[in-house]
Design a protein around this ligand. Structure first.
Ligand code: PLP
Length: 355
């Protein structure tokens, strides 16, 4: 989280804008919270240039719940094509089997998820209800840098993206997307809020078994207040949106400014890893994530010493996911370039003292 956002939330914790209440104490139907909600929604729409024919839903349940909620709403119990490019899309593929007929359109498993399968190789079915893609695989560090044009690939199905771990780090080409979902806890705010951006024509097709609170149409009709929304999380998300709107890099502003910064941050770290014979990143360059950078010490017996030295310098949470091992630097929007530079300096220092 950006420090400024945390400081603002702390300052407003017990009394929001002179209302005499903290945000956690407000009714979600009161004018104060409605104002917070409407501003957050408008800012998110502006930041990502979301066209008017898409609804923005603030839901609960996180990305894992969306693995069920999306097929419940969009699959009509029929076929769905899945591109499995890492752990998260694999989970989505498995969960969908409870509600529809998931088909494996492509899998990166044979290459141990070190590359996004090339869109030209995807086996898309003629009658799929949608195509699922995780546009940034958080654990494997595989990012889709250009959303596929499904029409050009011969599919009339809408594209569903799980953009949990790179939302707001770059722009989105909405002409190629039917639905995008993402948990808030990487680039937006505290866990507990899930953002869903859905094209209006995809609403209204939920399976009868779909819980009402997860029926996108009902949620949209009620401005995300069919059930009590995660109010404090939405407020924090709103503060982050305002922070992003204030970001500048030269003439760039907002998400464009962050995107430029994210490219520079990732480049700095990849270059340091690639230049060394002590560390390695196994993801093919065209699929490398700007947000999640897994890397390995070639001599893995040094992992514990590496992590201990990092911790001593305040470089935290570098241990890779248990399914992949090694290290992983998650350099989300709020991580400044100086933070990445500090890691790069440590990489060099550790290498020098161990060779
Ligand atoms: C890409 C992606 N999808 C889904 C999830 C699951 O999110 P949650 O644990 O909030 O359900 C995560 C969590 O890290 C993720 O990175």
């Amino acid at each position: 989280m950006p420090l400024e956002v945390l400081q603002q939330a702390a300052a407003e914790m017990t009394d929001w804008h002179g209302s005499g209440m903290g945000v956690m104490e407000m009714s979600h139907r009161g004018k104060e919270f409605i104002a917070i909600y409407e501003q957050a929604e408008a800012d998110f729409r502006a930041l990502l240039n979301i066209p008017a024919h898409f609804k923005i839903l603030f839901m609960q349940g996180g990305g894992i719940a969306e693995n069920a909620i999306v097929p419940l709403n969009l699959s009509r119990g029929g076929k769905v094509d899945f591109v499995v490019s890492g752990s998260w899309s694999e989970k989505s593929f498995q969960e969908a089997a409870r509600y529809c007929q998931p088909l494996l359109a492509a899998s990166g498993k044979a290459s141990e998820f070190t590359a996004l399968p090339a869109p030209g190789s995807w086996q898309l079915s003629a009658d799929a209800q949608y195509v699922h893609l995780c546009s940034n695989e958080t654990i494997h560090g595989v990012e889709c840098h250009e959303l596929p044009d499904l029409k050009a690939l011969g599919s009339a199905a809408p594209l569903v993206i799980d953009f949990s771990s790179h939302v707001l780090s770059r722009s989105v080409d909405w002409s190629r997307v039917g639905l995008a979902f993402g948990g808030a806890q990487k680039n937006i705010g505290p866990a507990g809020v899930t953002l869903v951006v859905v094209r209006e024509d995809l609403l209204g097709h939920a399976l009868p078994a779909c819980p009402s609170a997860f029926d996108y149409k009902l949620v949209a009709q009620n401005d995300s207040m069919y059930n009590t929304p995660p109010t404090y999380g939405i407020y924090m998300a709103g503060l982050t949106f305002q922070w992003i709107l204030r970001q500048r890099e030269g003439t760039l502003q907002g998400v464009a400014a962050l995107e430029q910064r994210n490219i520079a941050k990732a480049q700095l770290l990849y270059d340091a890893v690639d230049a060394s014979s002590f560390y390695e990143n196994r993801v093919s360059p065209a699929s490398r994530s700007r947000m999640n950078i897994p890397f390995f010490l070639k001599d893995e017996s040094r992992n514990d010493a590496f992590l201990a030295g990092a911790k001593a310098r305040g470089l935290l949470q570098l241990k890779g996911h248990k399914s992949v091992g090694g290290m992983r630097a998650s350099i989300y929007n709020a991580m400044p370039l100086e933070g990445v530079q500090a890691l790069v300096d440590y990489l060099r220092e550790f290498e020098k003292s161990h060779t």
